[in-house]
Design a protein around this ligand. Structure first.
Ligand code: UGA
Length: 436
């Protein structure tokens, strides 16, 4: 099938590449000419494992092409997926400017039946609005359908998530739209959930907020653990073995970040308030999340006393491992706070340093994790990259001026740290301290 994708960011590009992998012919559109120049050369514009190989493969096979023209996309694809960004407005609402613009642009050149599918994360009722916008601007007497097909991929495992999803959700209001989307997803082996457009839109928002809730809940439990001497990992394991709860998204830490959870939780709160529904349960998710970062900073102050002029090593800047994305990264807000405190920072991340350097050119960007620890008064672990889990703690201890580690992701080997006489302060766990 011929598929057009408008917006070649994380969702659009990955979807395009994966549709090509499933045998479709794909045209991806973007208005960023720098990005397009890279993509036309089969170069990836962001870090995502597995993406360079698939991009090259389908670029060479000519199953995947790139353009800056929405008109070309409308002409090319039987199904047109809208994958443009929906950033937060200052008030935390989803900004629908790009979606509305794409709807108008599609309408301007629509001459034959097309299925227009919203894949961007959008507030409930956007489908209706997209339909109304197209109807208002369309020039000819043309039949079209609008559908919702929310995306559930995670950065860092986006290819795997897209090729082997847990489920595919489509929200449709016509048989033709359902038939076309069944054709798009013919090669996938997973439950295929057909709903109304509004339900599909809400499934996406509710899923992200529920996952964020799980994280905030376990982070709240971690506070109880810190007061009582319990271990949050043991609690999470015991809880997660109950099939009704499940083991995922129960890792306590310094909070969630990224371009999705913070924005989507806020947006759902706004949606519910606009509908006259009390948003306090949803607002509590973000309040707990922000509090988690504050608590980590408090622990640093409690342990190190004055932060001014202290040299601190930071491992991990991305909002999670396997991405160079620093949007809303807890590590980045901590860095900003520590700069204000007057601390001297030696930072490391396997891939996110160039992005941070653009915002903070004056930090020390370490050659490798050990280099970051050299002469530092403490080490702070903010992202659980495998390279940090596997680090040689004996060498870390030898490098640090003071052997203290704050493990904001509970990813280091506590037994080894204890054997080496390190102080290891985690989240929701008893501290590891050298025996006196
Ligand atoms: C999230 C959802 O997981 C995807 O299903 C969804 O498609 C995507 O948002 C989106 O809306 O586009 P993503 O933000 O890429 O995906 O990353 P996650 O793996 O969900 O992690 C989000 C944050 O939660 C990270 O900062 C991570 O460190 C944190 N996290 C995750 C925890 O603190 N604890 C956990 O147990 C799990």
């Amino acid at each position: 099938m011929k598929i057009s994708i408008i917006g070649s960011g994380h969702v659009g590009l990955i979807s395009g590449v994966c549709f090509a992998e499933k045998g479709h012919e794909v045209l991806c559109v973007d208005h960023d000419n720098e990005k397009l120049a890279k993509l036309r050369n089969a170069e990836v514009p962001f870090f995502e494992p597995g993406l360079p190989e698939l991009l090259k493969k389908h670029h060479t096979a000519k199953r995947l092409r790139f353009s800056d023209s929405t008109a070309e996309a409308v002409k090319f694809g039987q199904a047109i997926f809208i994958c443009v960004g929906t950033p937060s407005t200052e008030r935390g609402k989803a900004d629908m400017t790009y979606v509305e613009k794409v709807a108008r642009d599609i309408a301007e050149t629509l001459t034959d039946y097309r299925l227009i599918v919203e894949k961007s994360t959008v507030p409930i009722m956007t489908g209706e609005r997209v339909k109304a916008a197209i109807q208002r601007y369309v020039r000819a007497e043309v039949h079209f359908d609008v559908a919702s097909n929310p995306e559930f991929l995670r950065e860092g495992s986006a290819i795997e998530d897209t090729l082997k999803p847990d489920r595919i959700v489509i929200g449709v209001d016509s048989g033709k739209a359902e038939t076309l989307l069944r054709e798009v997803y013919a090669g996938y082996e997973c439950p295929f959930v057909v709903t109304s457009i509004g339900s599909a839109e809400l499934i996406k928002h509710a899923s992200n907020s529920f996952l964020a809730l799980k994280i905030s809940f376990i982070n709240w439990v971690s506070r109880l653990c810190e007061r009582t001497g319990a271990d949050v990992n043991e609690v999470a394991k015991g809880m997660g073995l109950d099939h009704r709860i499940g083991p995922h998204f129960l890792h306590a830490g310094i909070g969630y970040g990224g371009s999705c959870f913070p924005k989507d939780v806020e947006a759902l709160a706004h949606i519910s308030e606009d509908l006259g529904i009390d948003a306090s349960p949803i607002r509590m998710i973000s309040t707990l999340n922000k509090g988690q970062a504050d608590r980590f900073h408090d622990r640093l102050e409690k342990e190190l006393w004055v932060l001014k002029d202290k040299t601190l090593a930071i491992w991990g800047l991305a909002f999670k491992p396997n991405t160079d994305d620093i949007r809303e990264a807890p590590a980045l807000s901590l860095v900003q706070r520590l700069i204000k405190d007057g601390a001297k920072l030696r930072v490391h991340d396997p891939v996110a340093m160039p992005a941070v350097r653009k915002q903070h050119p004056d930090l020390y960007y370490a050659k490798d994790p050990l280099d970051a620890t050299s002469g530092a008064d403490a080490l702070l672990v903010c992202t659980e990259w495998p390279v940090y889990r596997e680090a040689d703690l004996a060498k870390v201890k030898a490098n640090l001026r003071v052997p203290i580690i704050f493990d904001g992701r509970n990813c280091l080997d506590r037994k080894r740290a204890g054997d080496l006489g390190l102080t290891l302060i985690g989240v929701g766990k008893p501290d590891v301290r050298p025996k006196k």
